[in-house]
Design a protein. Sequence first.
Length: 193
Amino acid sequence: MRKAIVGLVSLLFVIALFAVSNADAANAKYVGAKKCKACHIKQYKSWKKTKMANSFENLKPGVKADLKKKANLDPNKDYTTDAKCLKCHTTGYGKPGGFVSVEKTPKLINVQCEACHGPGSVYKKIMKKKKKTFTRAEVKAAGLIIPSENEKGCLVCHGGDSPFNAKVDPKYKFNFKERLKKTHKHFPLKYKH
Ligand code: HEC
Ligand code: HEC
Ligand code: HEC
Ligand code: HEC
């Protein structure tokens, strides 16, 4: 009898834990790259040098005019409030806690960490609290994406209706393996997760 109760209690505990972590991932919001920078300065600095960190600039009138003409876009148009462009040139556009507008969410312009790693409000707390001891499974349950496991997540932007696609110029073709290497420099983790 006692064993059965203990068993039942632990089962309920596991279910509760599972429910909480799932709800957590669903509630995760975008926090912006500055928050990640505090603990991941090397990745931040390396990402900052990529075009992704400046991708919003492309939506301004006059910027990359020749390339825009080639892609059938109006080089003099201001695209910085155009929903069609924002979904790929900002972070979390249209999602809970994601980019809304330059005025309301200035810290979420450009293609930042969370475009590839998922909204960070929940997993960032676990990383902070547990450092060495968090498991990859628990941060994934809290919304962390390991990009090499998620080609689909890249194709949302590097495919679909992007005006700069392989038909305009073969250089825009998305080669997952090659691109993974150019996201930011990678540094070995100190601990096992
Ligand atoms: C308070 C500090 C802190 C913050 C803030 C933080 N992290 Fe982390 N993160 C860590 C620590 C500690 C580790 C484990 C490092 C190690 O083992 O060397 C980690 C590991 C990771 C890993 C590797 C996980 C794995 O299993 O491969 C990724 C990816 C990551 N963080 C992304 C982010 C992103 C994106 C943000 C911003 C949304 C962020 N982190 C915010 C502390 C933090
Ligand atoms: C929210 C949309 C979005 C997502 C998701 C996204 N990207 Fe991108 N990526 C962009 C945009 C926009 C650019 C072009 C930036 C520019 O030229 O201004 C870009 C550029 C790049 C570049 C070139 C960087 C440089 O400096 O030349 C690499 C590499 C890349 N992405 C890899 C990836 C990988 C790998 C994934 C998935 C893990 C991914 N991207 C997911 C929007 C996205
Ligand atoms: C489906 C996602 C998507 C949409 C929608 C999108 N872009 Fe992009 N854009 C990208 C990606 C991804 C790249 C980088 C392509 C690459 O490196 O292969 C890019 C690159 C660019 C570039 C730089 C090209 C270069 O060679 O330097 C400009 C300019 C640009 N986009 C403008 C726009 C404008 C303006 C709009 C809206 C009319 C728009 N984009 C809509 C995903 C998108
Ligand atoms: C274009 C996609 C992309 C963006 C944007 C991105 N990352 Fe990553 N990140 C990766 C990939 C790819 C890996 C390698 C892990 C894997 O996917 O297997 C990685 C790994 C990491 C790791 C584990 C250790 C390492 O160096 O490999 C940390 C920590 C991390 N990223 C933090 C960040 C932070 C902080 C930012 C923003 C400043 C960021 N990432 C932006 C794709 C991205």
